[in-house]
Design a protein around this ligand. Structure first.
Ligand code: PRP
Ligand code: MN
Ligand code: MG
Length: 185
């Protein structure tokens, strides 16, 4: 029987470190949006764990909506084009939006989303990204609320997938090379 731990080479960020970082960001965000009606926008699927953790750590009531975007497909490198798999159900005109995202890699997903939300008439758009890979940035994205900077390794867990699996790992980790080679042993 497959055990998720058997596929992990090493952990990069522990669940405790993630929780502590997100609590710090949530405190700051709760202060910054105290007098504003904030709409949390999660970028599915990767941001699912991040938006739950952030929202539960916040002390102010929030609205949430979800947009499913894809730039990666099933591989380990970005395709460069953003596909909308599922759109928001909220009219964002005049809204103060805080995007929750799991990782900024090339920056293309968030650059596209920020442009799109502004085009739709949002009053403000800010970003919380749990992870950033500065070495791979291709386009400029202004991340106001920052999590962890990580090296240029393919990571999974806390929402991040490899070929749609491993999102349910509760930490951020690097997989064993054999996992990418499709070796079942
Ligand atoms: C991943 C990740 C970010 C994006 C980052 O999503 O969750 O949304 O790629 O890459 P970028 O900065 O190069 O655009 P993915 O396309 O894998 O979809 P998913 O969230 O459903 O896994
Ligand atoms: Mn994503
Ligand atoms: Mg993905």
């Amino acid at each position: 029987i497959a055990d998720i731990q058997d596929d992990i080479d090493h952990e990069l960020v522990s669940r405790e470190e993630i929780a502590a970082k997100i609590q710090g960001v949530a405190d700051q965000v709760s202060r910054d949006y105290r007098d504003k009606d904030v709409l949390l926008v999660a970028v599915l699927k990767g941001a699912v764990n991040t938006v739950v953790a952030l929202s539960q750590a916040m002390s102010i009531p929030v609205q949430m909506d979800f947009m499913s975007l894809s730039s990666y497909g099933s591989g380990t490198t970005s395709s460069g084009t953003v596909t909308v798999r599922q759109d928001l159900s909220t009219d964002v005109r005049g809204r103060h939006i805080l995007i929750a995202e799991d990782i900024v890699d090339s920056g293309r997903t968030l650059a596209w989303l920020v442009d799109e939300l502004r085009r739709r008439g949002a009053a403000s758009v800010e970003i919380f990204a749990l992870l950033e890979k500065p070495a791979r940035r291709e386009v400029e994205v202004d991340v106001k609320y920052k999590g962890f900077e990580i090296p240029d390794e393919f990571v999974v867990g806390f929402g991040l997938d490899y070929a749609e699996r491993y999102r349910n790992l509760d930490s951020i980790a690097v997989l064993k090379p054999r996992v990418y080679q499709g070796d079942e042993s």
